[in-house]
Write a protein that binds this ligand. Sequence first.
Ligand SMILES: *[C@@H]1O[C@H](CO)[C@@H](O)[C@H](O)[C@H]1NC(C)=O
Ligand SMILES: *[C@@H]1O[C@H](CO)[C@@H](O)[C@H](O)[C@H]1NC(C)=O
Length: 733
Amino acid sequence: MLTLRDLLLLSAAAFASAEAGDKVPRQGPTGTAAWAAAQSKAAAAVARLSQQDKINMVTGIGWERGPCVGNTSPVNSIRYPQLCLQDGPLGIRFATGATTFTPAIQAASTWDIELIRQRAIWHGQEAKAAGVHVILGPAPGALGKIPAAGRNWEGFGVDPYLAGIASAVTIEGLQSSGVQATVKHFLLNEQEYNRETMSSNADDRTVHELYLWPFADAVHSNVASVMCSYNKVNGSWACENDKLLNGLLKTELGFPGYVVSDWNAHHTTNGAANAGMDMTMPGTDFNGGKVLWGPQLNTAVNNGQVPRSRLDDMAKRILASWYLVGQDAGYPQTNLRANVQGNHKENTRAVARDGTVLLRNDGILPLKNPRRIALVGSATVVNPRGMNACVDRGCNEGALGMGWGSGTAEYPYFVSPHDALRTRAQQDGATVVLHSSDNTNNVQNVVSGADVAIVVITADSGEGYITVQGHAGDRNHLDPWHNGNQLVQAVAQANKNVIVVVHSTGPVILETILNTPGVRAVVWGGLPGNENGNAMVDILYGLVSPSGKLPYTIGKSPSDYGTAVIRGDDNFREGLFIDYRHFDNARIEPRFEFGFGLSYTNFTFSDLTITSNARSGPATGPTIPGGRADLWEDVATITAVVKNTGGVQGAEVPQLYITLPSSAPSTPPKQLRGFAKLKLAPGASGTAIFNLRRKDLSYWDTARQNWVVPSGEFGVSVGASSRDIRLTGKFTV
Ligand SMILES: *[C@@H]1O[C@H](CO)[C@@H](O)[C@H](O)[C@H]1NC(C)=O
Ligand SMILES: *[C@@H]1O[C@H](CO)[C@@H](O)[C@H](O)[C@H]1NC(C)=O
């Protein structure tokens, strides 16, 4: 007989399954219709502006000359404010009363669209309350093809489909709260080393199927602006590359908003204007000297070197985005000191926890009432110099919450592993013994005799303008920092119940640790933000079952990835074969594959259904924001039933991988094209519904310059990771 509790759990499961499809519910009208009203208001306003007004609107007022990292001049005649643009992807940079949301890489690691959406809605509410008009995020480029690249943690992982869905949901969340989102960095900014001089030369198909992909989703979700990147593309600066901005972005993807330069990524007055850049930031170089627009643009327009219509178009795009999100009415004054956090730490903690990936567990977890717990490592306590002691988090001292650089913000508080574990142990009447250093001397005295020894290790990375312990943004290697391997080995000599917790911006080679006898569990805490310790304790004690899945592959060796930081120009020789696409294609066994993550319960998969009315051939629809309209139409639906057969509540992430027919030119063996997060009580089942858009079944045909659905047999794989495939099927187009 069903109890009331069972019924509640069942209805919760049913709700989960109804919500589980990968289709992104929209906040309002999308595409052309959403922009139409904003564009006509913008056109009317532009007609009333002087040329100087327009110049002011497109030119930043200069580095550190206003309240925000980017500011333009107000235009009083149309009540247009001094626009405030502020980093970044995880919070409001330099604000003192704002939430630092858990980094995007951890949000991706949850594979939970509802958590990602809530994160964005709340981030947007905070930005609006602080009077920030434009948030510089999300950041799906870097996509992360190079595992050591410094800024991968600012994005949503190395798969374009996952990054695209997460970016779309983030943009919709931010903009539904009234703030403009800026998707960045456009395009092919995959490493920090030489980022301001190197050229990224990727072929057309690779650009479309990997790097442009999440930007197409962003444009389809009506993103207000796009930030062009520092690097060159095919030898021409990204911020003055006509093919990139006027071609791919504004024509092929039909982007109606404005292109803003990365800070100081602007190189020439006329080149950028005519290639499609619409706003220069911060308006001067970082010395406050060199100005490329402002009076120079005025002269260029007067000389006819930049058409007057181009300046009008810049202003119209900037105003349309402002109207699109409703900033023309009642927008708060800029105030980065306001306390705007509300209850948002609930999301911060949930993302930190649900993005945690259980990599190994021989049964030691969840913990069973340990009496004496040893906690080891410098990353177990808050940075002794202060949680915000290092500018832009540019050090790796104490517990790790985020990487470093412009994509950071000031922590409002920080819960370290020791803080959270001590609280929990006090409740249980247990004892925590702490060794809060990475020094192997004396650590064995601390851990011997403890019921369990928890070692917390880290690896960090960030933006290239700060060098931390010799790492100039990109990591120099994929090993743990601070001799983490040796620390684990030393602990394991004195205690045979070792749990290793890893906090990292990206993949770490774990072979030494996994081969150390006594390491009974490895918990990939990822990049947990300031709820670091609470998330760890929630997982270790089984308050929730781990449900995160890796948003990248953990290889056995750095060379297994086939990509590394490049010293000259990057010709993207690996093409489509990055991360799991490469491991699969080259038949390299990863240590932990993309999409991997264990649980405290078990799930079975069954009842695969496939319905398709897809037709082969090129896309034919008119261009709407994001590309041809028919690319966005659902053409097939795949479902699978997942059952929780274990003993505790848990969540599984069924993943759909598609194999294109052999009629398509050389393509990765399988590519992610759907996922769902099903929260299931013991014994409960849920249905994952994967809606496939036309684009999900297409490849980019370089000769036709179009997306094409190939004809033949499509392979369907549904599983618990990219390699743990539980159900297979096929359909013919
Ligand atoms: C860069 O050059 C390659 C090789 O010619 C070409 O396939 C690609 O489309 C170019 N990309 C851009 C953005 O111009
Ligand atoms: C999950 O299944 C495996 C065998 O397939 C079994 O060894 C393990 O005990 C199960 N775990 C739970 C929590 O049911």
